[in-house]
Design a protein around this ligand. Structure first.
Ligand code: CIR
Length: 252
């Protein structure tokens, strides 16, 4: 059971963050509204939501998922692969210390939390442009020292591993076609995304509620079969910055 979520407000200069999307320039009042609705959804699930202030020096810092990995036992401050994101942890670490023992990834290792998928006690670590072999090896060691297991998965498309696969409870993964047949996922039930709805892979499972992006009717129909409560959220402005629902909170 998750009891808390750490979030951070998007700053006025959030559009200066990194993006590869060609969806257009995002709108500040609208992302603030979408972020507020997101926080309200987390509260509706019963989580206590911690809201950190924006960090003007780090326009991507509201994607709090990337500078840390939180498990039921530990928090790991990562070393993000994107140089412009190195330093976001400075104001996050003191908050995490209130809830978990905090460990660290050291350079030249790089890890971003968007590449780390927790499935019960097991962790899939994506090897991507942001998470390198050295970082993954360090993380695997820290996880193992806390009784967690892990394995690496190469990320060949999308920004992070969780851009393509997420856990939706009850031994089930929501996954893109490309990753669905990966041997590491053989033991799981799978909901395979339609190629035109892959953004919906970034669906967030919290305490048997699913937060899923609006605008993906085929995925919605598949998720409905799970019998869970589903909250659809419009994250159009977040998508313009290559982010999604999992990225905007750390659940603990
Ligand atoms: C970045 O490129 O780092 C941000 N603009 C988006 C990060 C999204 N984070 C995530 O998927 N965990």
């Amino acid at each position: 059971m998750f009891t808390h979520a750490i979030t951070r407000l998007p700053g006025k200069n959030f559009a200066d963050g990194i993006t590869t999307s060609s969806l257009g320039r995002p709108n500040y009042p609208l992302i603030l509204q979408q972020h507020q609705t997101y926080r309200q959804a987390l509260q509706a699930i019963g989580l206590e939501v911690i809201v950190l202030q924006a960090e003007p020096a780090f326009p991507d810092a509201y994607f709090v998922e990337d500078p840390a990995v939180v498990t039921p036992r530990i928090a790991v401050i990562t070393h993000p692969g994107a140089p412009s994101r190195q330093g976001e942890q400075l104001t996050l670490e003191p908050v995490l210390l209130q809830y978990r023992p905090v460990l660290h990834i050291a350079p030249p290792g790089t890890v971003e939390g968007g590449d780390v998928l927790m499935v019960e006690n097991h962790f899939f670590i994506g090897l991507s442009d942001r998470t390198n072999n050295e970082g993954a090896a360090q993380l695997a060691k820290l996880l193992a020292s806390s009784g967690h297991t892990s394995e690496n998965i190469p990320v060949s498309s999308g920004l992070h591993l969780k851009s393509s696969v997420n856990y939706v409870g009850n031994g089930t993964l929501l996954v893109t076609k490309i990753l669905a047949d990966h041997p590491a996922f053989a033991g799981y039930k799978k909901i395979v995304l339609d190629p035109d709805e892959e953004y919906a892979a970034n669906t967030l499972w919290i305490n048997n509620t699913l937060l899923t992006p609006t605008g993906f009717p085929k995925t919605m129909a598949k998720l409905t079969q799970l019998g869970l409560r589903i909250i659809e959220l419009d994250v159009s402005e977040v998508q313009k910055m290559d982010g999604g629902l999992t990225c905007m909170s750390l659940r603990l």
